[in-house]
Structure formats: structure tokens, C-alpha cells
Design a binder for this molecule. Structure first.
Ligand code: IPM
Ligand code: MG
Length: 360
């Protein structure tokens, strides 16, 4: 099983190192190869996604990704910014289905900014379309420069678009996920989030999702405007089960949902293509403000490695072992700074990784 390991920038290198440590003790025939990506690749090769890194990712069964980005690259032309690396990987590998679960661990109920009763037992799955929408519109992000140079630009625009097949395939992913959850005793309902009251693209989205829904009479479907969804997520988050939405709204709502659970440092994500090749990364970013301090929470990345074993490498038993080990270290009271509360034991990034290895 070939895994491309792309740590990236900021805390990316620290957290990925812990996930690799965990993968190495499972006794599986894993072939891991690392490469630079994002700002780190720009420094070394002048491009955030060098050909060699892209090839390594495309030839692998799965990609374990850290995070990219740093404020120091904000002045670079857009195609050279670190963020283009993750967008390029998503597009080139066709990773259209992004799974971002927001699960509240019972031991961390107190770490959320919401009242415990609102989030205790929370288990929602945000499915974000990842290769379309305004992120990849045509023409893409062209600024209308009056003098050939952007600072003097008079206008800027991006275009929002979705094709029918793009909406259909992500809708199928959502309905099938809901069906699976139902079989596991969860609610198994789909909420499609749109802005059909204002945007043509999202009236179309709503129509197509409804049409696909007819093929899943056993799965309940409802529709919600994105502004209301943002409100409901903090008012009554447990009313959601599976949420399916476009790239842009999914970006925003998944950050919001992750924080309900106490820390974005706990949440893994998976981005899959049609042949289950996938990229696995924590839901959080590169956090340059805490990079190099050894305090980042590696659990989101470790749990992303578990998702990788489950979805792309067909190693369900090992995935469950990792998830159980994470539960165990939380039960032992070990906490990185982001989830620390009185009465628990504060540990570093490396100590948390070591504890998971020990639990395994
Ligand atoms: C995410 C990130 C990315 C996105 C950035 C880094 C390009 O915010 O994965 O949610 O906007 O998709
Ligand atoms: Mg985001």
C-alpha cells in the first residue's frame, strides 16, 4: 500500500510526524514516501505543487497531508501561493467528495464554547463538494487591471458554476452515506444547503439534489438556506445528520461545525475520487502562530490516518484500532493545549503521539 506523505507548512510537519509514527506500529505493509508541498515546496523548488510531488500523489493509493499556508506568502501571485497546492491536488486527483465529520467526544464536552447539552452526543457529517463551485469557476479569479498591474485594478470577479453531473455525483455520495449511517443506527437524513433564494447556481443545485433524492425513498431529504444553516449549527446542531453542500459553503460551515466539538484540532477529513483514491488531512490549517512550539494537537491527523486505512486501503480493523487508541488517551486525561481543561494532563504534540502509539 503506497502512501504519499505531504506534511506541508507550519504545524503540518509536526502533526504528520506523529501520524506516521502511529501508522508504523500497525504491522501493515505500508510504503510511505514524503515530498514537499505548499510554502515549503515553493522555497525549495519555486512552486507550491512541483511536478514530482504531484506525480508521487497520483501514483499513490492515498495521500496523507498536513497543512499549507503562511501569511508571509500573502503577497505572492495567486498561482504561487501555498493554497494552490491543495487545490491542485484536489483537481488533479479528482477528489470531489470531501467528508468532514463533526463528532463530539464525551470527554471534551466541556471544551466547546456551546452549552454541554447542545453538543453532547453530537455526530454530524458534512459532505462538501470539492472540485467545483466558485473555487474553480471560469474565468477564474481574474482581476480587471487598468494598468496591467493588480494594485490599480478597478474590479475583481470569480464565477460560480456547477454542472448537473457534478451535483449528481456528490448527491449520490451524500444519500449513500446517510443510508450507511441509518444501517448503523444513526438517523440517516440528508440536509442539502443552498442559497436558492438568490443564486441561480444553487436553485439548480437544489433541483438536482431533489431529483437524485427520488432514487433514495428510504432517506429523508430537506433543504436549508446557508445563512439559516449557519445559525442552526450553533442553535441546535443536533438537528443535522448528513449535510451536503457546495465547495464554498462547505468550507465555511465545516469550520463552524468543527468548533462545536471543542477543537478543530480533533477533526479529520477525507477527500475521495470515484475510485476511492483519497487525500487525508486534518480539517484545520497550518496555524503558523503556533508552529514549531510542539503544542499542536496531532489527533486530527492521526484520525485522518484512520480514515485513510478505512476508505482507501481497506483496513477497517486497523482504522478501528487507531480510533480506540485515541479514545483511550482521552480517557487517560491527556490533552494538548487546545483541549486542555482543569484536572487533565497537558501534553505536547510528541507526547500525544507517543501516548497513542503506547495505547496501540
Ligand atoms: C480547507 C481550506 C482550503 C479551502 C484552503 C487552504 C485552500 O480552508 O481545506 O478548508 O479553502 O478549501
Ligand atoms: Mg477551510
Amino acid at each position: 500500500m503506497k502512501i504519499a506523505v505531504l506534511p506541508g507548512d507550519g504545524i503540518g510537519t509536526e502533526i504528520v510526524a506523529e501520524a506516521v509514527k502511529v501508522l508504523n506500529v500497525l504491522g501493515l505493509p505500508l510504503e510511505m514516501e514524503s515530498a514537499l508541498v505548499g510554502g515549503a515546496a515553493f522555497e525549495a523548488h519555486g512552486h507550491p505543487l512541483p511536478e514530482s510531488t504531484l506525480k508521487l500523489a497520483m501514483d499513490a493509493d492515498a495521500v496523507l497531508f498536513g497543512a499549507v499556508g503562511d501569511w508571509k506568502y500573502d503577497k505572492l501571485d495567486r498561482p504561487l501561493r501555498p493554497e494552490q497546492a491543495i487545490l491542485g491536488l484536489r483537481k488533479n486527483l479528482g477528489l470531489f467528495a470531501n467528508f468532514r465529520p463533526a463528532i463530539c467526544y464525551e470527554q471534551l464536552v466541556g471544551a466547546s464554547s456551546l452549552k454541554p447539552e447542545l453538543i453532547s452526543g453530537l455526530d454530524i457529517l458534512i459532505i462538501r463538494e470539492l472540485t467545483g463551485d466558485i473555487y474553480f469557476g471560469q474565468p477564474r479569479g481574474r482581476r480587471i487591471a487598468t494598468d496591467g498591474h493588480f494594485p490599480g485594478a478597478e474590479e475583481a470577479y470569480d464565477t460560480m458554476r456547477y454542472s448537473k453531473p457534478e451535483i449528481e455525483r456528490i448527491a449520490h455520495v451524500a444519500f449513500q452515506a446517510a443510508r450507511k449511517r441509518k444501517a448503523m443506527g444513526k438517523e440517516g437524513r440528508v440536509t442539502s444547503v443552498d442559497k436558492a433564494n438568490v443564486l441561480e447556481t444553487f436553485q439548480f443545485w437544489k433541483d438536482v439534489v431533489s431529483e437524485v433524492g427520488l432514487q433514495y425513498p428510504d432517506v429523508e431529504l430537506d433543504h436549508m438556506y446557508v445563512d439559516n444553516a449557519a445559525m442552526q449549527l450553533v442553535k441546535a446542531p443536533k438537528r443535522f445528520d448528513v449535510v451536503v453542500t457546495g465547495n464554498m459553503f462547505g468550507d465555511i460551515l465545516s469550520d463552524e461545525a468543527s468548533m462545536l466539538t471543542g477543537s478543530i484540532g480533533m477533526l479529520p477529513s477525507a477527500s475521495l475520487n470515484a475510485s476511492n483514491q483519497g487525500l487525508y488531512e486534518p480539517s484545520h490549517g497550518s496555524a503558523p502562530d503556533i508552529a514549531g512550539k510542539g503544542i499542536a494537537n496531532p489527533l486530527a491527523t492521526i484520525l485522518s490516518a484512520a480514515m485513510m486505512l478505512r476508505f482507501s486501503l481497506n483496513q477497517e480493523a486497523s482504522a478501528q484500532r487507531i480510533e480506540a487508541a485515541v479514545q483511550k488517551v482521552l480517557a487517560q486525561g491527556l490533552r494538548t493545549a487546545d483541549i486542555y481543561s482543569e484536572g487533565t494532563t497537558r501534553v505536547s504534540t510528541r507526547e500525544m503521539g507517543d501516548a497513542v502509539v503506547k495505547a496501540l
